[in-house]
Design a protein around this ligand. Structure first.
Ligand code: NAD
Length: 341
């Protein structure tokens, strides 16, 4: 199939592109490089530098490449920034998304897989979260993604769009070719690894008074390769139906704050109340819907921040002894690259 990947120069889009190409598809990457990297675009993919808001250019690309489906991963995704600058998030994630939908409608492209987020749920009424829970975002990032999801439903009814919306939480990991390289860095795993590697002095953990066992947030993680393959599997069901699907869980961590007085290279900061305390999924519907389970590329273990202190030496050793394929295509060591929600 000929597939447009919006945001294909970013972390998730670049790996989705790689997996599409591995699966025998033709990929065209559409990215304005506001956060992405030209080097991250797979060499077998065509690349167009363009903005979601530029409907005309999008239409030209859809027609020129006879695109049959779109993987929509382009968005702004910094939760904190979305609170201080909501206009930026609505403009890019919602207005930009509508521009894409209009271009698709104009060109008769009817399949879309959307990289959504479980931030649509906000503070969940229960965990693990399942698809029946109400959406109630607690920040403009989640709101902007949910608003776009809602438009999808109406475009389906009126224009015959088929879509899948993947509401996953934190992606982590890398392929041999590509990994994470975000600026600024806000995600826990790369921050922990940077700290263990001595690049950072400490890890900040937001909040120690959440209503969880140890007062810190609990989050699910999914390996980037599992996630990319889930996008492709979701595309495969679109001829039958549209779907909302959770991120298939492949990992989980609890972030625990050890108070001062020990050698832990982390500090507690006030919590970000735009983030929920506990966000874990029930993944059975996703697995059933996609007809699969996690690829096994991810290791199934809990990651706790306390490990930073206990195992930093060991982690450092691992990083130092890594072989060259642990470096991404930009020549950076993969675990040191950035990552955002
Ligand atoms: N990274 C995660 O853990 C995570 C978790 C849940 C959901 N998501 C969602 O996945 C998607 C991708 O996340 P990511 O981590 O790869 O982010 P990223 O910043 O690495 O990638 C986004 C890409 O989109 C591009 N882009 C942004 N706005 C654009 C525009 N208007 N026109 C063209 N290109 C534009 C950027 O240049 C960048 O290359 C986002 O939609 C995000 O909401 C990510």
């Amino acid at each position: 199939m000929r597939i447009l990947v919006t945001g294909g120069a970013g972390y998730i889009g670049s790996v989705v592109t790689e997996e599409l190409i591995n699966a025998g598809h033709q990929a065209v990457v559409y990215d304005n490089l506001s956060y992405g990297h030209r080097e991250a675009v797979h060499p077998s993919a065509a690349f167009v530098k363009g903005d979601l808001l530029d409907t005309e250019t999008l239409q030209g690309v859809l027609r020129e490449h006879a695109i049959e489906a779109v993987m929509h991963t382009a968005a702004f995704a910094l939760v904190g920034e979305s609170v201080t600058h909501p206009a930026k998030y609505y403009q890019n994630n919602l207005v930009g998304g509508l521009s894409l939908l209009n271009a698709m409608r104009e060109c008769g492209v009817k399949r879309l897989v959307f990289s959504s987020t479980c931030a649509t749920y906000g503070e969940p009424a229960k965990v693990p979260i399942d698809e029946s829970l109400p959406n109630n975002p607690t920040n403009p990032y989640g709101e902007s993604k949910l608003a776009f999801e809602r438009a999808l439903k109406w475009f389906e009814g009126a224009y015959g769009l088929r879509y899948a919306s993947l509401r996953y939480f934190n992606a982590a990991g890398a392929t041999e070719r590509c990994g994470e390289m975000h600026d600024p860095e806000t995600h826990l795993i790369p921050l922990v690894l940077q700290t263990a590697a001595g690049v950072r002095e400490e890890v900040q953990i937001f909040g120690d008074d959440y209503p969880t066992r140890d007062g810190t947030c609990v989050r699910d993680y999914i390996h980037i390769v599992d996630l990319a393959r889930a996008h492709i599997l979701a595309l495969g069901i679109l001829d039958e139906r549209s779907a909302w699907l959770h991120g298939a869980r492949s990992d989980r961590h609890g972030a625990r704050d050890h108070r001062s007085g020990n050698q832990d290279p982390h500090s507690a900061s006030s919590s970000r109340r735009s983030c929920s305390a506990d966000c874990q999924f029930r993944e059975d519907k996703t697995r059933a819907g996609l007809g699969t389970k996690a690829s096994g590329s991810a290791s199934h273990h809990s990651i706790r921040v306390e490990l930073v202190a206990e195992e930093s030496a060991r982690i450092r050793g691992m990083i130092c002894s890594s072989r060259p394929q642990s470096y991404n295509s930009y020549g950076h060591h993969l675990p040191l690259a950035g990552h955002r929600v």
